[in-house]
Design a protein around this ligand. Sequence first.
Ligand code: CTP
Ligand code: MG
Length: 257
Amino acid sequence: VAETPIDPDVQAAQARPDQGTARSPDAFGTGAREVWSVVLAAGSGSRFGAAKQFLDLAGRSVLNWSVSTAASVSAGVVIVVPDSEVESAREGFAFPVVAGGATRMASAAAGVAMVPSSAEVILIHDAARPLASSQLFQTVAAAVGDDAKAVVPVVEVTDTIRNLAGEVVDRGELRAVQTPQGFDANVLRHAHERLRRDAGIVVTDDASYVQAGGIPLTMVEGESTNIKITNPTDLAVAEALLEVVTSGAANETSEVC
Ligand code: CTP
Ligand code: MG
């Protein structure tokens, strides 16, 4: 298995201690392992009607919220943006930036390829989930281990769900899956290699293609406030939720898992 190539930008970012990119993994309860995050922000926001990741949320871009939180628990962050945004993202962030692809999966592959080979745990996060807390990143990273090579945060489904035949589906059996999703770095790299060979695999999140390779998923408790910004109203909801999140009262009453 070939080593993941280290992009010169990665090395440059790592060599800038003044930018605050380096974190001691031990400080976050993840053992002595090197944790990297990949933040996916290369979508076009077709449902939103705009590239939502670059819009303002309480004075910072949605992307900035996601990257800042990821950085607080990571040795480094790879930021994946549309081709047209690579230059400005490089100016705005002291982290490696790479152009994404036409699908979320292609963007994830581009991001993972930029993570240095020294990384042992890789967290993949949707930029469109700006309210995921540092604690959640830390919980997911800490859960990755010998018996848990793919970790997903999940929440209970609160709506009553019916299938297209009109039958109620037992929501006790269902969980909504969030990001950040955490992986043993080698398992994730192998999953991406397999994806490159087999174009027939179509999935919407990273856990799915890892699972397709026979790796079981480990679920940890997600956060009810960790919404994905999909439609324009979600941005207003996120703004309101920010007060709850920053007051520290978030999720104390959630009872998932
Ligand atoms: N994403 C990406 N590359 C793609 C598609 C999506 O990096 N080719 C990212 C998005 O920027 C987002 C996350 O994956 O942060 C989750 O995707 P989604 O919420 O579906 O965002 P979009 O694909 O941009 O929105 P839409 O599906 O409405 O077009
Ligand atoms: Mg999409």
